[in-house]
Design a protein around this ligand. Structure first.
Ligand code: 3H9
Length: 648
């Protein structure tokens, strides 16, 4: 049974039991509808407590059903039926009441909850809007202003705030159900208060709508759902609940069928699957509390900040006093900017600093459960770091390299404890970027690998396992993307046209703007090294720019020119003159054609990566692109795009 009923005197207790998250699948909806009829017809029952089994109430509609046409009974009808019940239904909420789960609770006459319960309508994150009355009932219960924040701005009140807002009628302690039953007994026999939908809410001042529209459109950055969620809410307030419900439902169904929503669902499931690879599920990760970070440059400091943020203790190892001071000041700068943006209080900042120890030399590494090396990208330097660590660290400590390109097998070769060694490749800025490429060597023990995944989970990162190849998954695709972008330029396509096409597709920056920001010299040095090894790497326009001293914004120009203190790119006649020997006759190319060329290149490289077993699945490649390289989330990733075009 997905929905169970128990009778306690005059009270029926209805428990949704549909693990793992009590999603409102077709079977659950059918059973709820049948129960609403049956309990209305049972003269011995005078009130109904509705709750969820396990740690949460209901996480919403069953998202896995969204790729199929909706099947009756539809959730709005179930909610309406419960709302129309002759007897009061009381939602008893612990954990989360999300999306359709909150809409179901709003259909109940009363709501009781634990103080730590969480309420949200996260539909906009899936590219849809609430589809079972959430945009209509919520404002009638909590008022328009608060409803806007919850429906269209991802605000998620806890039990205490929900009580203040009038979203719940009372807080109860655990055990939840007896508390809810006591509440139900107290309301039995009382005249029924208006249902959520019957309540009258005052229309807000006109500026509430205009300000919300401006705010939500700006923060949505092109996403369709948030402004439409607001429109449905507004429509119901201005034209009445029937009109509001109709618009909400038609918008929900239309958005559900979009490419954007399909892409976001794809990522939703991919992100969850990434955290729990099947082969590691039975393994216990090793306990990690103190982490050493070797190297306090931009990357090392960012990694340290990410670790501190997750509550771990850090030993940051540098080679001299000046480097320690620089690392401390980089970290202090990161805290300061978080504090300025209101993301971190003074107390939290000082608590962080208390967990940060800096050390000159390797002695302090003996206390570390894990040490992450983030030094200069040079094999000999990295090997000398691990040789030192091998002498100092406990024999069970895990050693990780943050290398982006060097084969981890070469780094670990001949050093003690190869089974405790793996690659943990962070992305800059490491305290922000969600991707963590996890690169085991053939010697890495499975519980060490499981510890890498557990660390990613604790850091709030998305782990993706990569096999060993030049650049792993992400940088390898980046290289082909850039190479193809340069090939377009060689074919006569305008630099700015390529960037504009990729921005229109949803990237924050085009490939040339991005190179100017990151610096052209890294890719250049990489190609030069390959040439030095005798590999036939032809000159590319970027090589000519670097040789002419144009390495990007840091040198005042690369593909574009930049005025001092202004990061806006300007067309550069100099750059065009420098690359002219490699550029063919000018060619107009439509933005869509540019995008599909670059998408095809990324997908092709992705297919090669899959065929070589470097990535475990196509969805992993999409996660790498979305969480490490700014691929627009609403597009799902290059492999998702290729699949939609029928190319997989
Ligand atoms: C909606 O409600 C539309 C309505 O307005 C209108 C309808 C008409 N469906 O995240 P976890 C799976 S839209 C199906 O790892 P946690 C998840 O894939 C919905 N499956 O656990 C995973 O599976 P697996 C609005 C779902 O404890 C497993 O459950 N609701 C759903 O870290 C565990 O998930 C949302 O957007 C679902 N709704 O976090 C809420 N939810 O084990 C989405 C989860 O095979 N869910 N799964 O990998 C969440 O935010 C988190 O999952 C939650 C638990 C906080 C609930």
């Amino acid at each position: 049974m997905t929905v169970n009923v128990e009778i306690d005197g005059e009270i029926a207790i209805v428990t949704i039991e549909n693990p793992p998250v009590n999603a409102l699948s077709g079977t659950v909806r059918q059973r709820l509808l049948a129960l609403a009829d049956a309990l209305d017809g049972d003269p011995n029952v005078r009130a109904v407590v509705l709750t969820g089994a396990g740690k949460l109430f209901v996480a919403g509609a069953d998202i896995a059903e969204f790729d199929r046409p909706p099947e009756p009974p539809f959730l709005p009808d179930v909610v309406a039926r419960i709302e129309a019940a002759a007897k009061p239904w009381i939602a008893a909420i612990r954990g989360a009441a999300l999306g359709g789960g909150l809409e179901l609770a709003l259909g109940c006459r009363f709501r009781v909850a634990t103080a730590s319960a969480r309420f949200a309508l996260p539909e906009i994150n899936l590219g849809i809007i609430p589809g079972a009355g959430g945009t209509q009932r919520l404002p009638r219960v909590v008022g328009v202003t608060e409803a806007i924040r919850i429906v269209a701005e991802n605000h998620s009140p806890d039990g205490r705030e929900a009580l203040r807002l009038g979203l719940v009628d009372t807080l109860v302690d655990e055990p939840l159900v007896p508390g809810a039953v006591a509440f139900a007994r107290a309301v039995v026999g009382q005249a029924l208060s208006p249902t959520s939908i019957e309540r009258v809410v005052p229309a807000p001042a006109a500026n509430v709508w205009t300000e919300a529209e401006a705010r939500i459109t700006a923060s949505a950055r092109g996403a369709a759902a948030p402004p439409q969620a607001l429109q449905a809410l507004k429509h119901g307030i201005e034209h009445g609940v029937e009109a509001g419900l109709a618009l909400e439902r038609s918008t929900f169904l239309a958005l559900r069928a979009t490419e954007e929503a399909a892409a976001l669902r794809h990522l939703f499931f991919a992100e969850r699957a990434a955290l729990r690879p099947a082969e590691l599920r039975a393994l216990s990760p090793r306990p990690i509390e103190t982490v050493g970070v070797v190297g306090g440059g931009t990357m090392g400091s960012g990694i340290a900040a990410a670790l501190l943020n997750a509550g771990l203790s850090i030993v940051l190892i540098e080679q001299d006093e000046a480097s320690v001071l620089r690392a401390r000041s980089t970290l202090a700068g990161l805290f300061e900017s978080s504090r300025r943006r209101g993301l971190m209080s003074d107390e939290v900042a000082s608590e962080w600093m208390a967990r940060l120890e800096t050390s000159i030399g390797y002695g302090a590494a003996e206390r570390c459960d894990l040490v992450i090396e983030a030094v200069f990208e040079d094999l000999a330097v990295k090997r000398s770091v691990f040789a030192e660590l091998g002498r100092v660290c406990r024999p069970d400590a895990i050693h990780a390299t943050n290398t982006s390109y060097i084969d981890p097998r070469l780094i670990a070769d001949g050093l003690p404890g190869p089974e405790r060694f793996l690659g943990l490749h962070f992305f800059s800025p490491a305290q922000v970027m969600k991707l963590l490429e996890i690169v085991p060597t053939p010697d890495t023990a499975l519980d060490v690998l499981a510890t890498g995944y557990d660390l990613a989970r604790r850091l709030g990162k998305v782990p993706v396992r990569s096999g060993i190849c030049d650049g792993f998954i992400g940088n390898r695709i980046l290289r082909s993307y850039r190479t193809e972008a340069e090939a377009l330029v060689c074919g006569g396509v305008d630099i700015a046209a390529v960037d504009a096409a990729m921005r229109a597709f949803g990237f924050a920056m085009g490939p040339f703007e991005m190179q100017d920001m990151a610096g052209l010299d890294i890719a250049y040095l990489y190609r030069e090294a390959a040439r030095a090894r005798g590999m036939p790497v032809p000159d590319m326009p970027g090589d000519l720019l670097v040789r002419a001293g144009r390495k990007g914004q840091k040198t005042g120009g690369g593909w574009y020119d930049y005025a001092a203190d202004d990061r806006r790119p300007k067309t550069s006649m100099d750059a065009q003159r420098i690359i002219a020997p490699l550029v063919g006759a000018k060619k107009e190319m439509a933005g869509e054609a540019i995008v599909s060329r670059l998408m095809a290149t990324m997908a092709e490289e992705g297919h090669a990566i899959l065929a070589e077993g470097i990535a475990l699945g196509a969805a992993d490649i999409d996660l790498v692109e979305v969480h490490g390289y700014g691929f627009p989330r609403k597009r799902g990733g290059p492999m998702f795009q290729a699949g939609r075009l029928g190319k997989t």
